[in-house]
Design a protein around this ligand. Structure first.
Ligand SMILES: N[C@@H](CCC(=O)N[C@@H](CS)C(=O)NCC(=O)O)C(=O)O
Length: 221
């Protein structure tokens, strides 16, 4: 039985498909559709948090993208997409692998929540809520995002990919924060290395195959 990926539309689960495509691992996609941005309740029957991605393989049910990526690398990669232990690249790899969900995503999510606040407020209060949300973005999430995005740009000056000269699974992890920051926070403006990173990502045949099976990563605006 092939590995199963529970995939939510327009989501970070695309990274798991991309990883599997890079490695040539056969897999099945179970598609789940968002209801008002949220995951549908049936996902909670598979894992208590009901978030995507979830992977089922060899009797295991796995959640959390970084943990899934580590599992897939151990089970199927035979040393590919991960620098050798003990190397400087391996330390950088581990850093970005964890950083992507642990540090890059929180300010992006907070920024998105502020942006959604006015849309979800009663019409009468909307102008006031918009002002509060914009102030909150200006005071917190925008400066935080700038800090992170400038850091990415500077790190990509050290090497072609985040953890060295070769593509690794850390780049696959980082692709989602970079895509989200490009869509929500103009990350690519004035950051040529970041723009080139995303171009290289989009040019990979395995990435295109993953999008063909899972759909686009970021909702069309
Ligand atoms: N850190 C977790 C985040 C999982 C997560 O929040 N997934 C989103 C998809 S982008 C989701 O399921 N959102 C729907 C919801 O929260 O109901 C991971 O990387 O797996």
């Amino acid at each position: 039985m092939p590995l199963v990926v529970h995939h939510l539309d327009n989501s970070r689960a695309q990274r798991v498909l991309w990883l599997l495509e890079e490695l040539g691992v056969p897999y099945e996609v179970k598609h789940h559709k968002r209801i008002k941005l949220q995951a549908p309740p049936e996902l909670k029957a598979i894992h208590p948090l009901g978030k995507s991605p979830i992977v089922e393989d060899r009797g295991h049910t796995l959640a959390e993208t970084g943990a899934i990526v580590e599992y897939v690398l151990e089970a199927y990669a035979n040393g590919r997409l991960r620098p050798p232990p003990g190397s400087d690249e391996r330390l950088r790899f581990t850093y970005w692998l964890h950083y992507a969900e642990g540090s890059a995503m929180p300010p992006l999510l907070i920024h998105l929540m502020f942006a959604l606040m006015p849309r979800r407020s009663p019409a009468l209060l909307r102008p006031l809520v918009r002002r509060i949300a914009e102030r909150s973005q200006a005071g917190y999430s925008r400066p935080q995002l700038k800090l992170h995005m400038d850091f990415w740009e500077s790190e990509l000056g050290r090497s072609t990919w985040f953890a060295g000269e070769e593509l690794t699974a850390a780049d696959i992890m980082m692709s989602y924060p970079v895509e989200a920051a490009a869509a929500r926070a103009k990350a690519l403006e004035g950051r040529p290395r970041l723009a080139a990173f995303l171009e290289r990502v989009h040019a990979r045949p395995a990435y295109a195959r993953a999008v063909a099976r899972g759909g686009p990563v970021i909702p069309a605006r």
